[in-house]
Design a protein around this ligand. Structure first.
Ligand SMILES: [Zn+2]
Length: 455
């Protein structure tokens, strides 16, 4: 197959060229290529398929279960131009070995996922067994590990330091959810006790300072651990970035930062609406001033990746459980389907970032940091033909009814997008056309990941 006449986004720039695909990989690029089927991409952007390194498919969150499983969730991802996910598993039973959740997730994903996938390891406690099994998992292609500084299985600072040293030894990444647990826990008790139970107090219970303080603390731990590779997930605010920049200007290395579309488009005023409970997630939506600042941070290259933290619960469920008290509401938003078109529309077509910067943020850098480059994340000879074609002249309004996520709302309802996902290829197969998934169930493959490329 040949993709003809598109604007192909490569690391070196946007080239008007044809892309030849043979046996599921990119076989060549150039003028006037022909071989088999021709796919006309005239006037459209031809981009590396999106890589979302932060999803929660089928997450068991105790009181509720994230509603997209590896089938519905990856169909939604595919329809939105994402061709690879790296999922963050939920917690296993207390004291379980490091392999427990990986084994479980292999079973959840196999035969269901329609795009290629991998998992992060999840660390719930630290002991000799966990430290030893990190190496086993790395050999099995799990080259990043998630820790939480809050929630039930929070890791204390001493153990975070130990893990960072171990990650450095193994040459792998620690992905961290940074929030000051003491502060959050106290505020989640004192606000409802004072009668402050409305959705806006979800934000007030875990303010920007809680997150920024923990971002700073974990950066310092990484520095003391010898510049151990560290990946900050879902940065929601600019204050956290100020700390990271200060540390980097004073020599900090190997710290990488992810943000999410919700923090680039939505703000805390939504919590004041009648349906405010819909928007509860952690970290929460922030003051509107953060939106422009985070876009600037992306433009400067200070933010490395854009991922979604996709974790959908029905609005009806969130209202039922959390309508009277924000502390009872399951945390999380859907987003896996709209990340790519939304960021292309708000970022590239509104001239905040270049197409090359967009491809780096949504595909190339995630592939590098999570050990999948250049097989994934780039259109280049020899790479998997994971390709998303975007029509930049397709202004439309986001409607929940047009989406494939298995949830009863989208937080982006009514937003104007300037583009649309036209066609999606995964390993050379056309899997999406006209907003419809046309591939088989379970065609996705587990990706045995290499060690991160940090440079
Ligand atoms: Zn998450």
């Amino acid at each position: 197959m040949v993709i003809k006449e598109g604007f192909v986004v490569t690391p070196r720039g946007v080239l008007k060229t044809d892309v030849l695909i043979q046996n599921g990989v990119v076989a060549g690029m150039g003028e006037n290529l022909s071989d088999g089927e021709a796919l006309d991409a005239g006037g459209k952007y031809v981009l590396p398929g999106g890589i979302d390194v932060h999803t929660h498919m089928d997450l068991d969150a105790g009181a509720a279960r994230a509603q997209d499983d590896f089938y519905t969730g990856t169909v939604a991802a595919a329809c939105g131009g994402t061709t690879t996910i790296v999922d963050h598993p939920g917690f296993g039973p207390a004291g379980c070995g490091l392999e427990h959740q990986i084994d479980k997730y292999h079973a959840l994903a196999e035969g269901k996922a329609v795009i290629d996938y991998s998992f992060h390891g999840v660390i719930q406690h630290v002991d000799g067994d966990v430290l030893a099994k990190m190496k086993t998992l790395v050999e099995d292609g799990i080259t990043s590990f998630k820790i939480y500084m809050t929630y039930d299985y929070k890791i204390n600072d001493g153990d975070v330091y130990t893990l960072l040293k171990r990650a450095k030894e193994l040459g792998v990444l620690i992905a961290v959810h940074p929030e000051n647990d003491g502060m959050v826990t106290r505020r989640r008790a004192e606000l409802p006790a004072g009668g402050y139970t409305a959705p806006i107090y979800h934000e007030r219970s875990r303010p920007v300072e809680c997150e920024a303080e923990a971002v700073n603390r974990v950066c310092m731990l990484s520095a003391v651990a010898g510049d151990a590779p560290l990946y900050i997930v879902h940065l929601s605010n600019h204050l956290g970035m100020v700390y990271i920049r200060m540390a980097k200007e004073n020599g900090l290395k190997n710290v990488f930062v992810e943000t999410c579309p919700q923090y680039l488009t939505l703000d805390e005023s939504l919590y004041l609406r009648d349906d405010g409970v819909k928007f509860i997630l952690s970290p929460p939506l922030r003051d509107k001033s953060n939106i422009a600042l985070l876009w600037e941070d992306i433009g400067k290259g200070w933010i490395d990746t854009l991922a979604t933290d996709h974790c959908p619960f029905d609005y009806s469920l969130k209202r039922k459980l959390g309508g009277a008290d924000f502390t009872k509401c399951p945390n999380g938003l859907p987003g896996v389907e709209l990340r790519f078109p939304l960021a292309f529309s708000e970022g590239v077509l509104k001239k905040r970032i270049s197409p090359v910067r967009f491809a780096d943020l949504c595909a190339a850098k995630p592939a590098k940091l999570f050990g999948m480059y250049p097989k994934k994340g780039v259109i280049a000879p020899g790479s998997d033909a994971d390709i998303t074609i975007i029509d930049p002249n397709a202004r439309h309004t986001v409607r929940h009814a047009d989406l494939h996520e298995n949830v009863d709302f989208t937080p982006y309802e009514g937003m104007e997008l300037l583009c649309r996902v036209d066609t999606v290829l995964s390993r050379g197969d056309v899997i999406v056309r006209g907003n419809k998934y046309i591939g088989e169930k379970g065609r996705g493959r587990f990706i045995k990941r290499s060690k991160p490329i940090l440079g």
